[in-house]
Design a protein around this ligand. Structure first.
Ligand SMILES: [Zn+2]
Length: 245
């Protein structure tokens, strides 16, 4: 397996140490944290991850979990008030569908896509975002909560998002913040360093540079919970041409 550089293209990085036998580094240019080797394994998410997920959460039944997920989704929704409005929406990696349910209630034409098999709701597509064929320019809102860091190549996801997000549409990304006090102080012991699951934990600075280049300027940024970041981008493009990345 190749030892990679940061997604920003720079090679200067410092080692944070090893976790699960894999070296973890922090890019000194953009502060992204990543394992030097990573393999995205879709099957892991289709079966093993869903079982681990249930055990970790200690909420084994679907109904328990959906209650919890709905309350998290309600908080997320509330904090996005004023920047999103009812439209056709897609939650990528929608899990048990909490955000989709809350969005439907708020009159969004809401959909989700999720690999894990418990995604059985009729508004949730149980498939891979990477390969599922959506109508071009069909969503006014796309959300990703704890998703981008799981993929091998974030640019493939971003390219696909650009192909389905309408002009003027909103993209919301929420994830652990690699520049948070906890991430900096704990280093290799930071709980979000999981080399089997998390690839690039991209910094807010780097994400905003990427999206600005793609003509999706940042319109809002906040810390929904200590140590996390929520970034809201708006598609400024008149027309979606996404072959330049
Ligand atoms: Zn970097």
């Amino acid at each position: 397996m190749a030892i990679r550089d940061c997604i920003c293209g720079r090679t200067n990085k410092i080692s944070l140490g090893f976790k699960e036998g894999i070296e973890i580094v922090r890019c000194q240019s953009c502060n992204t944290i990543f394992p030097v080797t990573y393999t995205y394994n879709e099957q892991f998410y289709r079966d093993e991850y869903s079982q681990q997920y249930q055990i970790q959460r200690e909420t084994p039944t679907y109904s328990d979990r959906i209650d919890h997920d709905i309350s998290v989704a309600e908080c997320r929704f509330k904090s996005l008030q004023g920047v999103i409005e009812p439209t056709k929406s897609l939650d990528i990696g929608s899990g048990t569908g909490g955000f989709v349910k809350v969005a439907l209630k708020a009159n969004y034409d809401a959909y989700g896509i999720e690999l894990m098999p418990f995604a059985v709701e009729d508004r949730i597509i149980n498939d891979s975002f990477l390969t599922y064929e959506f109508e071009p320019n069909s969503f006014g809102l796309i959300t990703m909560f704890d998703v981008l860091e799981h993929f091998d190549n974030p640019f493939i996801i971003i390219r696909k998002i650009l192909s389905i997000l309408q002009s003027g549409g909103i993209l919301v990304i929420e994830q652990p913040n690699p520049m948070s006090e906890e991430a900096i102080n704990k280093g290799i012991l930071w709980k979000h360093i999981k080399p089997q699951e998390h690839n690039y934990l991209i910094s807010d600075i780097m994400l905003t540079i990427i999206f600005k280049y793609l003509r999706l300027p940042l319109i809002k940024q906040f810390e929904p919970i200590k140590g996390r970041m929520c970034l809201v981008y708006q598609n400024d493009r008149l027309r979606n041409s996404y072959t330049s990345i």
